[in-house]
Design a protein around this ligand. Structure first.
Ligand SMILES: Cc1cc2nc3c(=O)[nH]c(=O)nc-3n(C[C@H](O)[C@H](O)[C@H](O)COP(=O)(O)OP(=O)(O)OC[C@H]3O[C@@H](n4cnc5c(N)ncnc54)[C@H](O)[C@@H]3O)c2cc1C
Length: 542
């Protein structure tokens, strides 16, 4: 990663001035990183700008003891009021909201969780790696709501096939239509007795389960930082400029084509211009949308910024305890033991049957063998201590991840009165969940409770309180692709309908997101768009 190092900043800038770049990529996360990987391998000269610094693991990932922190690890850093994932231990990894704020109606909170570093959020993601299916790509055909994607599963499958081996996805092939199998490192691990019981109870109701599908990367680090950018740099076709905050994409008045960007140095705030034949935007869903809105481009449809969606999350939705495992009777054991391990229940609602009060469906990420929190016991003192101790390692708990409907009125726009630390107007986010999501959540909790009862487990607590939108960190849809320039921002190649040398390759291009975590799809779309772009450049079409 030498070219990304700050020590080389002066030489990078010199190289930037001397080189004619084919493609300028904004963002070094999963989407931008994949564009660089795919394009540079085809001999395309790329310049990548990222707002964040490169990370130095040796210097910046230092463990501190809780007693060294002002709030002993529990404090809520003020600069991160919306980032529920932030603790005192990891506070520096997230974007400082006092530097890059955003606004929303206080009645409609939004948790926008961002990372500005070389590698973006792929430095910290949980690596759950799924494919979408035609239940998402052809969603309108299935239930009449919203829009289909302009592509089908078969268009993206060859790209998932290439991305999964790079990220070394581990999983089990189960032949499920709603969760297509991939090119996996086969997960051959067994199931604990409790897991078998839960899986059987679900199967009786026609509900499938599979193993979690996870990117193993290298040493369980599966980032653009270690899996994509080093290969791209090794081609000699990539220059990475860190600390480059892109303010706007510039357009040639005569041709109407994008010709580069204006960006500011993060530290000095000095403004500079970079040029290229093509601009690829991968700054993450909402930052890319903000950039396009601030540039005043690619919005002849009026759709830019609309259809924001994600997945709603309910953590610890149902907490149960396995009576036979109480009082340390059954120590954890992942394969062959009595309790421990977990599974993934993909969407099972509204596939062959139709629910009365909600469309689409949800997935469940469940585990056994944990220890229920003290809050589940209405006790004090010694009695509480005994109850907690008795249930240690005997718990069942589950996170619900539900599909959120893309709606036109769920939208972001530029707030002209508030700017960030570099004077760039910020986003105003306007979205909320609706009865479709609330009814789905209720169904998930009732189903889970029923399954626990079938297993003979004692339900200690249940709730259907979802986090505010954004919490899943799966924001999608504000720069959607489609079949028509009247109703979408991008065509089926992630290419702007309005400006043919402008591509947007992150999650903003989604039409619907399903209940699956989106990053494998983002990576595959970016690779597909980059292949198309390289071919168009070769043919002289762009
Ligand atoms: C804690 C956590 C857990 C997650 N778990 C999962 C999971 O299990 N499975 C899953 O599928 N997904 C997960 N995600 C989401 C996943 O990380 C994202 O979907 C994915 O990384 C998005 O990639 P991206 O390239 O679109 O955006 P990012 O990774 O955010 O990259 C965008 C880059 O653009 C840069 N940038 C932004 N604005 C500008 C600008 N104006 N100028 C220049 N550069 C700019 C940023 O610095 C950043 O490096 C998780 C995310 C987090 C944080």
């Amino acid at each position: 990663m030498a070219a990304a190092g700050c020590t080389g900043c002066r030489s990078i800038k010199k190289r930037m001035a001397e080189t004619k770049y084919d493609v300028l990529i904004i963002g070094s996360g999963a989407s931008g990183g994949m564009a660089a990987y795919a394009l540079t391998k085809k001999g395309v000269k790329c310049l990548m700008l990222d707002a964040g610094p490169p990370i130095d693991f040796e210097r910046q990932r230092v463990n501190k003891s809780a007693h060294e922190l002002p709030f002993r690890g529990f404090g809520k850093p003020g600069k991160l009021s919306h980032v529920f994932q932030a603790t005192e231990f990891n506070a520096n990894q997230w974007v400082d909201e006092t530097q890059v704020p955003y606004t929303h109606d206080p009645k409609e909170p939004y948790n926008w969780v961002r990372v500005r570093m070389i590698g973006g959020k792929s430095l910290f993601w949980a690596r759950m790696s799924f494919r979408l299916s035609d239940y998402e790509f052809r969603a309108k055909d299935h239930d009449g709501y919203g829009d289909n994607w302009p592509i089908s599963y078969s268009d993206l499958a060859p790209y998932y096939d290439q991305v999964e081996p790079i990220f070394r996805v581990r999983g089990r092939r189960d032949g499920l239509m709603q969760l297509p199998d991939g090119v996996f490192i086969e997960d051959t691990s067994g199931e604990s007795e409790c897991n078998k019981r839960f899986i059987a109870a679900a199967r009786e109701r026609g509900i499938p389960n599979t193993k979690m599908r996870t990117s193993m990367g290298r040493g369980q680090f599966a980032s653009s930082f270690n899996l994509l950018l080093p290969d791209a740099l090794a081609t000699g076709n990539l220059t990475i400029v860190p600390n480059a905050v892109v303010r706007e994409i510039t357009v040639d008045k005569n041709t109407g084509l994008a010709n580069g960007v204006n960006f500011l140095d993060r530290q000095s705030h000095r403004e500079m211009h970079a040029t290229a034949r093509v601009v690829v935007v991968g700054a993450s869903c909402l930052e890319s949308t903000r950039l396009l809105l601030n540039s005043g481009i690619a919005n002849s449809s009026g759709v830019l910024g609309h259809y924001l969606h994600d997945q709603f999350y309910i953590t610890q939705s149902v907490q149960a305890v396995v009576p036979e495992a109480r009082d340390g009777k059954s120590p954890n054991g992942f394969s062959g033991g009595f309790i421990g391990g977990g599974g993934y229940m993909p969407r099972f609602r509204n596939l062959k049957t139709k629910e009365k009060n909600f469309l689409r469906g949800y997935a469940l990420d469940w585990s056994t063998g944990g220890s229920p929190d003290a809050k589940y016991f209405p006790l004090y003192g010694e009695a509480l201590q005994k109850a907690v101790e008795s249930c240690r390692g005997a718990g069942f708990s589950c996170t619900v991840m539900g599909e959120v409907l893309p709606r036109a009125d769920s939208q972001v726009r530029v707030n002209k009165t508030v700017t960030d630390a570099w004077g760039i107007p910020v986003l105003h986010i306007q979205t909320h969940y609706t009865s479709n999501e609330f009814n789905m959540a209720k169904d998930a909790i009732a189903t889970l409770e029923e399954l626990c009862h079938t297993c003979g487990w004692e339900v200690l607590g249940r709730h259907d309180q979802m986090f505010p939108p954004g919490y899943s960190i799966h924001e999608l849809g504000t720069c959607r692709m489609g079949d028509s320039p009247k109703t979408s921002v991008l065509n089926k190649w992630n290419q702007s309908w309005d400006i043919k040398n402008l591509f947007v390759v992150d999650g903003s291009s989604f039409v619907t997101g399903g209940s699956q975590n989106p990053t494998m799809t983002i990576l595959s779309l970016s690779m597909r768009a980059s292949d198309y772009l390289a071919e168009q450049m070769r043919k002289g079409e762009i």
